[in-house]
Design a protein. Structure first.
Length: 479
């Protein structure tokens, strides 16, 4: 747990797995909980919630009620239940005089919200105060850094004050890993607005050095809201040395060099899976130990890292290079991490999709309906199907696949309302229909289709849509 408190998630994973495999039941339960929270972004939500529910039952049977409470809080946070649900569980822990359990639940909720870009500086400050009161100054420093980052992203007038306070907390507690978040907050502060481009690679490097496998979505969304990166900003390498790489993950994996499809049939399956994992991260570095643990976790740490090195070598031999005697490669080493050498965010469909949605969100805040619709249309043009369908139920891709499917369906539903508002009923119906096609289990998609059909004057189509919505809810068991 000490590694986790330092932010060294990558280093903590093999140690936690060892405790789960070899520790006593009392030692294994908190380790299992930590692994479930760490792996939550990579795992289907239902699988995580089922595992947490099973762990909660075990805790109750073992009379480990504080940990059972933490499981309940984690379920509420990950299931995206109303904030009042998490607050109620925390309040129960306070009433039962379980301050560590209460702080842990608040901390898990903060982590989940940070990953989803939903954290606020006030919530982070409350979590920091809780951990300070029980003597966990290092965890409090992380929480304050999250709060400073949230303030900077939102443009709060309190940003500078929160950064100074978080910096003092980091210095006094020795939680130096939290500087990866503080540096982003500092670069986004109004007086540092021009410093962003030089900070991007620095923040990623410091996060990797700390042991964070990647920066949270609050940070990457802030990256996306900045002006689109130039080639040199995005890669940190000389663009002219390597072919221009374009990557597609929606609807199936495609990798092209200077416009020509790269033939990967001679590459071994695990090496191809590695290539797709790097593509899934849109050119951002992924720590080697995290890759090894996900793809070769059953081999043990040393053997898994060796298998990773072998796969990287085979990829470098198979992928285009500037010349036969040139060691540079599309698969780049960045410290203890690897990344795919995408030269421009627009050359990666996942990153481009994210950027168009970010543009639409900015336009919506300005009240610019036309530009909002343009951003949503551009994002939906990029979404051509599920993320990496060839990888099936692989844990490392299912979480991202579900998130992108949800975001695309929500974007289509929002665009349908906008099209109607802008006077194009036909486009509104087509877009609402696509929202349902993308995610037929999303309530908002069906409600949008029914409403758009009714408002466009097609009563029969609206009734058919309403019947389809009812059948979906019956299949889900909610009606």
């Amino acid at each position: 747990m000490a590694r986790l408190r330092r932010g060294d998630i990558v280093g903590a994973i093999p140690l936690l797995r060892r405790v789960v495999d070899r520790g006593t039941p009392a030692e294994a339960r908190p380790a299992r909980l930590a692994l479930l929270v760490i792996r939550e972004p990579l795992t289907p939500r239902d699988a995580t919630l089922d595992a947490l529910a099973a762990l909660e039952r075990e805790c109750v049977e073992a009379a480990d009620l504080p940990l059972a409470r933490v499981c309940q809080g984690a379920i509420a946070a990950i299931a995206d239940l109303p904030s009042s649900t998490v607050r109620g569980i925390v309040a129960s822990c306070d009433a039962e005089q379980q301050p560590l359990a209460a702080a842990s639940i608040a901390g898990v909720d903060l982590v989940v919200r940070l990953r989803r870009g939903q954290v606020t500086s006030a919530r982070a400050a409350a979590v920091a105060d809780r951990f300070d009161r029980i003597g966990y100054a290092d965890v409090a420093a992380w929480a304050r850094s999250c709060g400073a980052l949230a303030a900077a992203v939102s443009g709060s007038e309190q940003t500078r004050e929160l950064i100074v306070r978080a910096d003092g907390s980091v210095r006094s507690s020795g939680a130096d890993g939290a500087r990866a978040l503080l540096e982003v907050a500092q670069s986004l502060a109004p007086e540092r607005a021009g410093a962003w481009s030089g900070t991007r690679a620095t923040c990623r490097r410091h996060a990797l050095e700390t042991g964070l496998p990647r920066l949270p979505s609050l940070v990457t969304d802030a990256f996306a809201r900045q002006p689109h990166a130039t080639r040199s900003d995005w890669t940190g390498t000389t663009a002219s040395r390597l072919p221009r790489l374009t990557v597609e993950c929606f609807g199936g994996f495609h990798l092209r060099a200077d416009g020509a499809e790269i033939d990967l049939r001679t590459v071994r399956p695990q090496a191809r899976a590695l290539l797709r994992m790097l593509a899934l991260n849109s050119g951002a570095p992924v720590h080697r130990e995290l890759i090894a643990e996900i793809l070769w976790g059953d081999l043990g740490t040393e053997s898994a890292v060796h298998a990773l090195h072998v796969s990287v070598s085979s990829l470098r031999r198979a992928l285009p290079r500037p010349s036969a005697d040139d060691d540079s490669s599309i698969v780049e080493r960045v410290g203890e991490a690897y990344r795919l050498g995408v030269l421009d965010r627009r050359d990666c469909d996942l990153a481009d999709f994210d950027d168009h949605l970010a543009d639409a969100a900015v336009a919506k805040r300005r009240g610019d309906a036309e530009s909002t619709a343009h951003g949503l249309r551009a994002a939906l043009e990029r979404y051509t199907g599920d993320v990496l369908p060839e990888d099936g139920p692989a844990e490392w891709v299912t979480g991202a696949r579900e998130r992108y499917r949800l975001r695309a369906s929500e974007a289509a539903a929002s665009l349908a309302h906008l099209e109607l508002r802008l006077g194009s009923a036909r486009a509104a119906v087509a877009t609402a229909t696509r929202a349902v096609d993308i995610n037929p289990w999303l309530d908002e998609a069906w409600r949008t289709l029914v409403e758009v059909q009714r408002r466009s004057g097609d009563v029969l189509a609206a009734e058919r849509a309403a019947e389809g919505y009812r059948r979906m809810r019956v299949e889900l068991g909610v009606d």
